[in-house]
Design a protein. Structure first.
Length: 312
């Protein structure tokens, strides 16, 4: 007679696991383009060995949207919803860590400056994400970017045929502070730690970002830790950097960052480091003001409770 498993107890978990850590990379727009996913997946053996799942966004965004907007509508997921959500995300495999990266978690590109502020729905969106996994340990990751280049890149992304000036009129520049967005996330989800870094520093802190996402030790050498820097260097610069690292391996990522800075200064592609400003061109005074406020804002973010700020 064939063996039959006993019926599952009422309320028992088969797919969801409260011990699974959930990492949600929130973006922001114009900073990632799935780099996090691809750099992590270069360590396929490590991910499999540590039971870390890093699915492509096309496999989960519609599922999460269905649960947040159609089913839960702001409520916390009960056991039945958690079971179905985990089943559809990762099937029967139990994982130690699930990393989900999507730059529209906090809002679609054409809505993030809807009322003149930056990501006005960040708090509610963060809480919706938290409510998907109410019994799990959750972490947020998020990059921020100089408003000058961020607005230029965002305008090109959502361009509806209007001028940049028309686009910029929707935004109150005096209220453009990433710290306000981070504060809304922290207020809505005070128990969720958040790791933040400046997009301009990404080539130098990418190893730290990958380790934060994977949850590995600070000295773990991630295969993709130089991916962003290599995408900026010229072919000759990449070859020279690789030769230098092979001959004189950095002791740690801090030393590697100092070496990278030298190579980026000398052999980076000009188009990669000299980002265009705005299509119509903000005044020099406006650019200086936004940049100064941004630099002050980074300090404010770094001092916020519950925030880990990654700096070179």
């Amino acid at each position: 007679m064939a063996h039959q498993d006993p019926p599952a107890a009422v309320g028992a978990r088969r797919y969801s696991d409260p011990d699974t850590g959930i990492v949600l990379h929130l973006g922001v727009h114009c900073t990632d383009d799935e780099k996090l996913i691809w750099s992590l997946r270069r360590d396929k053996g490590m991910l499999e060995g540590m039971n870390i799942a890093v699915p492509r966004r096309r496999f989960f965004t519609s599922i999460l949207r269905e649960f947040t907007t159609q089913r839960l509508k702001g409520a916390r997921a009960g056991l039945a919803d958690q079971e179905e959500l985990f089943r559809r995300l990762i099937g029967t495999t139990r994982v130690e860590r699930l990393v989900l990266s999507y730059d529209s978690f906090l809002g679609a590109p054409d809505r993030i400056c809807a009322d003149g502020t930056l990501y006005p729905q960040a708090g509610r969106k963060a809480l919706d994400l938290h409510n998907l996994f109410p019994d799990n340990r959750i972490e947020f990751l998020c990059a921020v970017k100089n408003p000058v280049t961020f607005l230029a890149d965002l305008y090109r992304r959502v361009d509806d045929g209007g001028s940049f000036d028309d686009f910029a009129e929707r935004i109150d520049m005096s209220r453009f502070r990433w710290s306000d967005m981070i504060a809304r996330i922290r207020d809505a989800t005070p128990d969720v730690p958040i790791t933040v870094w400046a997009n301009e520093d990404t080539p130098l802190v990418w190893g730290d970002v990958l380790r934060a996402a994977a949850g590995v030790a600070p000295d773990h050498a991630m295969t993709g830790r130089f991916d962003v820097a290599r995408s900026i260097l010229t072919d000759e610069g990449c070859a020279a950097f690789d030769a230098y690292v092979a001959q004189m391996p950095p002791r740690d990522d801090r030393q590697a960052a100092r070496v990278l800075e030298i190579f980026l200064d000398r052999t980076a592609r000009p188009a990669e480091i000299e980002e265009p400003l705005t299509p119509s061109g903000l005044s020099d005074a406006a650019i200086d003001t936004l940049t100064r406020r941004y630099e002050e804002d980074l300090g404010r973010i770094a001092s916020m409770p519950g925030v880990t700020f990654l700096a070179p």
